[in-house]
Ligand binder design. Structure first.
Ligand code: PMP
Length: 425
């Protein structure tokens, strides 16, 4: 079998460098929270394919549903010949999505595509209002529109413009970095006074917990204030739950913590637990705006992906996974709080459920510590633990482990992380 270094050479020769790759090893097989490379080395996977595997690699319930679907048919295009998995998943998500309004759901393939379609529907619904408000440090995808919405230049937008016009960013509240809820609301107000009148804004899009931006949790009063502002001006209010959804925060949707009903929620990643599927659920009155044929796509709502979604919903409805998400997140928080006395780089431990992270700053300062963070990641990797970083300043360690991780594997991973954080100092 090929070695990691052989494959690395072939990759470098065959794949453009813009497709950045974190690991120097190549995957051979995986099970629940563990991955083995082509040389037989084992890694504990705290990345989960960037938050896609909340229910673990090769989850038996999901695998069984997908295998059954593979025996029946793999593709018809829902816009040509529809199938029940699509309708059933939509019915179930419509019931489970937060808020009292009747809902409708449409499915696509990627997170960016879900966000794109939320924008399309909002534009149509508002009679083509051009303006979109997004937030600094947000991530919404890599297509042209979602790049424009994303609130981080390098590496996502650098050199890829021009972008669609009328996209504006305001600061996301972040107490640690000196941005209060009031500061963010004031910035939005200023935007409405200086750049675009609110009656020309069609969409406001928020990550309820920012993923790539640093696992920043939106304060409840902020989210409720945004809902009011959108109501006041007829703006379609969208939550991007592509990373925070499907159990990561201990709820199906993180929105459930906030007592608000967004107009549309975008979802992807762990909803298919490894199969490329995404969707948007929203108020039926808004979702029904575009004409027949305006939404869709050849692969949109694949029957294989939707078989996975229905299996994931079975697991979610059973409920144990949501409790486990909170239990593991609490454990992580407690271990990191306890480590503060030995590791003064720990500036803040935060998050909801298992969407937990630790932000690292130079001891005694408010200065981000990206070099230290990178070193922790490298040492952890050398000890067999794959962790991801995030944040505008690359100084946050985030958790996207399978929530189904065995207790002893979780303990092993935490010990590796703690020793890496000490060694890196
Ligand atoms: N929104 C959020 C919040 C995300 O985290 C991501 C992916 N990291 C996306 C959208 C884009 O999803 P995809 O990569 O599937 O297009």
């Amino acid at each position: 079998m090929a070695t990691n270094s052989d494959l690395q050479k072939r990759k470098d020769a065959a794949v453009p460098k813009g497709v950045g790759v974190l690991c120097k090893f190549f995957a051979d097989k995986a099970k629940n929270a563990e991955v083995w490379d082509v040389e037989g080395n084992r890694y504990i996977d705290f990345a989960g394919g960037i938050g896609v595997l909340n229910n673990g690699h090769l989850n038996p319930t999901v695998q069984a549903a997908v295998e059954a679907q593979l025996q029946r048919f793999t593709h018809t295009c829902f816009s040509i010949i529809p199938y029940e998995h699509y309708v059933r998943a939509a019915e179930r998500i419509n019931k489970l999505a937060p808020g009292p309004s009747p809902k409708k759901t449409a499915f696509f393939s990627t997170g960016a595509e879900a966000v794109e379609n939320a924008i399309k529907i909002a534009r149509f619904h508002t009679g083509g209002r051009p303006g979109i408000v997004a937030f600094a440090a947000s991530f919404h995808g890599r297509t042209n529109m979602t790049m424009a919405l994303t609130g981080k230049v390098a590496p996502y937008k650098l050199g890829f413009g021009p972008f669609p016009s009328d996209v504006y960013h305001v600061p996301y509240p972040n107490e640690l970095h000196g941005v209060s809820v009031q500061d963010s609301l004031d910035a939005l107000n200023t935007l409405f006074k200086t750049a675009i009148e609110p009656t020309r804004v069609g969409v406001l899009i928020l990550e309820i917990v920012q993923g790539e931006g640093g696992f920043n949790v939106a304060p409840k009063e902020f989210v409720q204030a945004l809902r009011k502002i959108c109501d006041q001006h007829g703006i379609v209010y969208v939550h991007d739950e592509v990373q925070s959804g499907f159990g990561r925060t201990g709820k199906l949707f993180a929105t459930e913590y906030y007592d608000v009903e967004p107009d549309i929620i975008a979802m992807a990643k762990s909803m298919g637990n490894g199969y490329p599927i995404s969707g948007i659920v929203g108020k039926a009155s808004i979702m029904d705006s575009p004409n027949a044929g305006g939404l869709g796509g050849t692969y949109a709502g694949s029957p294989v992906g939707l078989a996975a979604v229905n299996a994931v919903l079975d697991i979610m409805e059973e409920g144990g996974i949501l409790k486990r998400s909170c239990m593991l997140g609490d454990k992580f928080k407690a271990r990191m709080e306890a480590l503060k006395k030995d590791v003064p780089y720990i500036a803040q431990v935060r998050g909801l459920g298992s969407m937990v992270a630790v932000e690292l700053m130079k001891p005694g300062t408010k200065e981000a510590a990206p070099e230290y963070t990178k070193k922790v990641q490298e040492i952890a990797m050398s000890k067999g633990l794959l962790i991801l970083t995030c944040g505008t300043y690359y100084n946050v360690i985030r958790n996207l482990y399978p929530i189904t991780i065995e207790d002893k594997t979780f303990e092993e991973a935490m010990s590796i992380l703690e020793s890496a954080m000490k060694e890196a100092m």
